[in-house]
Structures are given as C-alpha cells and as structure tokens.
Ligand binder design. Structure first.
Ligand SMILES: [Zn+2]
Length: 283
C-alpha cells in the first residue's frame, strides 16, 4: 500500500527511517516547521528553513520519497514578540520555494495573548502570499487540558478573517475525541496524531474514523525527536484492516486524503489514485 505521511519531523530522524518508510510504501512526506526542543536564536531559523527546503528533499529523494515542507515560527517560540517579528520577516521569501506547501505548523501551545497575536500574523502572511486564495495552513492544537479551549480559540480567530480564509485550505491537527467534531463541522480538515505518550493511539484514531467518517481527515504519527515512530501511521492502517476496513478505505485515508489536501498547492505532484477495488480480467 502506498502512504503519504502528512506530518513528520524528518530533520530529527535518521536516514534509516527514510529507508524504512520507503520500504513500508511511503511515497511522500510533509514536514511542518517546529520547535527544536530548545529555543533558537533568530539567526538559526534561516538555516533551519534551508535545511527543510534544500537538504531534506535530497535526503528523501535517495529512497524515492518526495519531501514537502511548511514554514513558520512554532507557537512554543512565540512569546518573544521581537524575536517573532524578526523570524517572520524571513517567511515570505521561503514561501516562494516550490516545495513549500504553506504556513505551518502554527497554532497555540499555552493559549497566551502573545501566541494568539503571532498566530494571527501568520494567517495574514498566508493570505498575503496567496494568489487570489490564501496559501495552505497547517495548525497545531495544544496538548491535553489546553486542547479544547485552544482549538476553539483557533477556529474563532480564523473566522475573524471572514471570507479571506477558506476552511477547505486549512488542516487543524492533533484532533482528539473532544475536538474533532468542532473542527469538521466548521468545514476544516482534521488531523489525527498517533503518538505513544500523548494525543491518540491507533485504536482511538480508528474509533474516531468510524464515528466521524473519513472525509477531510488525515492521520499522522508526528514523529520527531521524542519517543515516537513514523511507522505508527502504518500501525493505524493495520488496526483499521484488522477491523475489516477494505483496501479502498485504507487508500483513501492514508494516500488520497493527504494527496487531495496538499494537491490544492499546485506544486504537490502526487495525485489521488483509483480506490475502486475492482478485480482485473485475466489476459
Ligand atoms: Zn509537529
């Protein structure tokens, strides 16, 4: 089965991970800009954005994996507004690079006023960089006790932009049982993250698929420098298979849905494939 991994932080993974993912059918990855585990100085961001747009695509291409990325300042580093302004001045140039899908993963971490201000400025950057429609946006929602309120705040801030924001061009990630309905009902794409310590498990992710449907849903493992595993996407596919979901359902969820969302960016080269499970005639 072919898989598109919609959210993975490959800068913190080994080349062997790329090889294992390719052997497991991963044909493309999408890598949002994120926190490095420590706060960087503003000058480090230009190098990080070059790593995402120049070095990682080369590393991935050794295994036939297409690498795309997203550019932003992560909400964990948004408290210092002076630093945020300096880093965000770099973003418009990098958004023009052909393998950059859009602005992300922006969002909220602790739901502070400064995080909200930096979130709004990022959304404005996506609007300003658009050509008639805004650039695609990928959004991180907060952890645990802050998640419901943070998701609510994010949706309300996006609504304040009115018709400048098209929900079908926004993916709100790390949805859980108490937030997925609000995201889907508002017309956005919903991401679910299977991660060993927080977020969802493969079983819970498949439960949510069964309850809320597989339209406008992407599943990722958000593998990064923490205890995580890029093949948990596949573990989720295995859980769905175990419950009897057929091949066409799996191809839709793990390949065609991300291809449909990312394909709204003209530079994303992988198209959805035929999901009809038709046997071919013997020759
Ligand atoms: Zn992430």
């Amino acid at each position: 089965m072919f898989v598109i991994d919609p959210h993975v932080h490959m800068v913190s993974r080994t080349t062997t991970d790329y090889e294992n993912m390719a052997m497991a059918g991963v044909v493309a990855v999408s890598e949002p800009a994120f926190w490095a585990g420590f706060d960087r100085t503003p000058s480090a961001f230009a190098d990080y954005y070059r790593q995402l747009t120049e070095f990682e695509p080369q590393r991935a291409s050794q295994f036939g994996v297409a690498h795309y990325c997203w550019i932003c300042l992560n909400p964990k580093e948004a408290e210092d507004l002076g630093k945020a302004r300096e880093v965000m001045s770099l973003i418009p140039t990098f958004l023009k690079r052909p393998n950059v899908l859009g602005v992300g993963e922006i969002g909220l971490h602790k739901n502070t006023p400064h995080e909200m201000e930096v979130f709004r400025r990022h959304v404005q950057l996506a609007i300003d960089a658009g050509d008639g429609v805004h650039r695609l946006i990928l959004i991180h929602t907060p952890h645990l006790e802050d998640k419901w309120r943070g998701t609510r705040l994010i949706i309300d801030m996006l609504r304040d932009f009115g018709s400048a924001i098209d929900p079908s061009r926004v993916l709100i990630d790390h949805c859980e049982e108490h937030t997925i309905r609000m995201v889907k009902d508002a017309g956005f794409w919903a991401g679910m993250t299977v991660y060993p310590t927080t977020k969802a498990t493969p079983e819970r992710a498949v439960d949510m698929l069964e309850i809320y449907g597989s339209d406008r849903v992407c599943i990722n493992a958000a593998a990064d420098w923490g205890v995580s595993d890029p093949l948990w996407v596949h573990r989720t596919a295995l859980e769905a298979r175990r419950r009897g979901h057929d091949r066409s359902a799996l191809i839709k969820i793990f390949h065609n849905n991300p291809a449909q969302f990312f394909g709204q960016h003209g530079g994303f080269a992988i198209r959805p494939v035929d999901v009809l499970d038709r046997p071919t005639q013997p020759h």
